[in-house]
Ligand binder design. Structure first.
Ligand code: PMP
Ligand code: GLN
Length: 381
């Protein structure tokens, strides 16, 4: 009937952030910094707002930002990108993902995905009439079985969607794993969409390797980035997609009916940000690595088993031993209400066979916020 107007639930990030507000909990759930982002980017955005950059910019994005995205890809990954035909600006990575999926998928197409996965992927794939095929990554190292991956491909496979670095597992994909994937994509003559919003949040000297940089993948891959994570300004919702014209053109057709464009003052400020010197990007990773270490130590001192984190804003902890066997979602709600600390249940990142014993904490917060959370958790488990 028409009493249920949508099959979509409410995203766990919204649910847990509102619950955190209700209980005045320290919110280490949803991934956003509790600071204001770099002052120089904010000043640039303000300056452009004040000087008349307030009308629709062009559909593909301002040339200065598209040029900055191409320069950034060359500087960090040696990728040769033509800004005019191969870069499009979007309203966040969320819109970039939706535009890629709606632009490329036809009903009946299959998409290969790895679990755990970001919660926007599967609802969009299904609304496009396409069919997800899941491959499991297994904790603690989140590796996959190459035979299981091979079996997920078939004659209807249109694309593979991966997230690297991976939220919430904090895994950074290595060259060998990416090669296995790249070979299958080529063998099956399909495409790849690579969500790289955490590209600059990689720790312990590990490199970030774009799937697009692997042999044979340059013109089969769409690479997605976001200013939200790279500049600690998650509310700005400025993203970018890079890919060969043959792939980007259908994606732009979807973008024109999703948002069409993105605020011009923010585009200017992000262009300025992407042109910052290497020290900014290295400093960001070093700061976040120190926060990862601070939160990991605090959670361990509070009695939790914390899994290793190679990148992203997140660490995951195993609650299996706490004997509070009500499942991860109930556990996170209770943790918010009773301990005053909010985390995200990792089961929210699974469509099938959720683990139930893992919760995710976000560390892109002020040191005093992390310390307060750990203080509240002490003695709780
Ligand atoms: N992909 C992943 C893996 C994410 O964690 C997020 C959330 N930050 C997004 C995409 C969405 O990014 P944006 O805020 O730029 O839309
Ligand atoms: N990407 C953020 C996270 O994983 C949340 C973004 C959102 O609220 N949709 O926490």
């Amino acid at each position: 009937g028409n009493s249920v107007l949508s099959s979509y639930g409410t995203t766990i990030f919204e649910v847990m952030s509102r619950l955190a507000e209700t209980h005045k909990a320290v919110n280490l759930g949803q991934g956003f910094p509790d600071g204001n982002g770099p002052a120089d980017l904010v000043a640039e955005a303000t300056r452009y707002l004040d000087t008349g950059w307030n009308q629709y910019p062009s559909m593909m994005g301002l040339p200065t930002l598209r040029q900055a995205v191409a320069e950034h890809a060359r500087r960090f990954y040696g990728l040769d990108v033509d800004w005019a035909s191969e870069v499009m600006v979007t309203s966040g990575a969320t819109e970039a993902l939706a535009a890629c999926l709606f632009g490329l998928l036809e009903p009946g197409d299959e998409v290969v995905l790895f679990q755990p996965l970001y919660d926007s992927y599967v609802p969009i794939i299904r609304r496009a009439g396409a069919v997800p095929r899941f491959v499991s990554l297994r904790a603690p190292d989140w590796s996959f079985d190459p035979d299981e991956l091979r079996a997920a491909f078939g004659p209807r496979t249109k694309l593979v969607l991966i997230n690297n670095p991976l939220n919430p597992a904090a895994k950074v994909w290595g060259w060998e794993e990416l090669s296995t994937l790249a070979e299958l994509v080529q063998e099956h003559d399909c495409l790849a969409v690579c969500d790289e919003v955490y590209e600059h949040l990689v720790f312990d000297g590990r490199p970030h390797i774009p799937l697009m940089a692997l042999p044979g993948m340059r013109d089969r891959t769409l690479r997605i980035g976001s200013a939200g994570k790279t500049f600690s300004l998650t509310g700005w919702k400025v993203g970018y997609v890079t890919g060969a014209p043959r792939l980007l053109q259908p994606v732009a057709k979807a973008h024109q009916f999703l948002t069409f464009t993105t605020p011009p003052n923010l585009q200017h400020a992000v262009a300025f940000g992407l042109r910052k010197d290497d020290a900014y990007f290295h400093g960001l990773a070093a700061d976040m690595q120190a926060k990862r270490d601070r939160l990991t130590a605090g959670l361990r001192a509070a009695g939790l088993t914390v899994l290793p984190a190679q990148g992203t804003y997140f660490v995951t902890a195993d609650i299996g031993h706490t004997g509070l066997g009500e499942g991860d979602t109930e556990f996170c709600k209770r943790l918010t209400a009773e301990a005053g600390v909010t985390a995200i249940p990792v089961s929210a990142f699974f469509d099938q066979d959720p683990p139930g014993n893992l919760i995710r904490f976000c560390f892109c917060k002020k040191d005093e916020t992390l310390d307060e959370a750990c203080r509240r958790l002490e003695g709780w488990f």
